[in-house]
Ligand binder design. Sequence first.
Ligand code: PLP
Length: 371
Amino acid sequence: MTIKMLDIERQRAAMEPGLTESVLAVLDHGRFINGPEVAELEEQLREYVGVEHVIACANGTDALQILMRTIGAGAGDAVFVPSLTYYATAEAVSLIGATPVFVDVDLETGCMSPASLTAAVDEIVAEGKLTPRAVAPVDLFSIPADYTALRAIADKHGMKVLIDAAQSFGTETPSGRAGRFGDAAGTSFYPSKSLGGYGDGGAMFTNDPEIAKAARAMANHGVYAGQHHYIGTNSRLDSLQAAILLCKLAVFDDELVKRRSIAERYAAGMDGHVAVPVAPEGVAPCWAYYVIRSANRDALASHLELNGVPSVPYYKQAVHAQPAYDGARIAPGGLPNTDIFSAELLCLPSHPYMTDDEVAQVIEAVRSFNG
Ligand SMILES: Cc1ncc(COP(=O)(O)O)c(C=O)c1O
């Protein structure tokens, strides 16, 4: 039996008949853009994340680039990003004309390393060519970045902290849910995310009224109070997608319980065979992605495939190593931890509709690998 990375059929069954009814309701009222579902979704997300302002938008990449524009980042500015992330974190920086500076990650969490960030910022400051403008840490594979340490470095240099929370919607920390930290955060509703739509979608979260006002306008051609105040873009979330995401949000907490129980079983069953992810004290990740490490990653992936278990080598090639970033700025001392992760990471299926037998099958497949 081959397991799926995602099982949208089983998830859909859990949401029917409400899902079809919600979609039909949009077809009936016909307000496909800025319909009531968008405002309702923003309100529910606001409550869920525990943040003052939520602005829905077209995708996670737009969320990041719009947030960067709200703080005035652009040409001549340095924005510090990890290289161990999805390409879009850095791409958003380049799209607004700023310069991404790639920083190494912490070996425990896979998230941005404060020590590497300090070294990178110091070098940029000493050089005097770029203005350090923002730090954009990523909550990698659902694990929150070290916001406190990163914030202290950002504050020292007058930088904003814009968090890429595309992979952490639903993650709980002792100080609240992911998305409510930093000056603002952006998330993605790409289908494979913890809250994934039936297409593209994203949202911006902030407690800063100025950022919120600019972000809302910029996602809709710079309009507020009937006039175009900014050069914005078209990054609206469709009413249909909002209707679908509302149905998904209704089952989200049940899904989190299942995702966390799968992660517990994986950790108990695989520890000692591969390196399992470890959450910081008091953190309950959403486990949108369950990513293990193995020194023999590619052979393990082949073995898993033979045993009906799909896997994805996230992120086999870090962003600074992509052709588009040939010659990009990286932190002094290089990115040794990023290189280790890139060689060893492997994402396993962890969707909330896995059966107990499927979970056991994944564990057994990992344990039977003699690499
Ligand atoms: C860490 C990270 N940042 C940004 C994005 C971009 O989101 P989107 O695909 O919705 O533009 C993604 C997901 O695709 C991601 O995983």
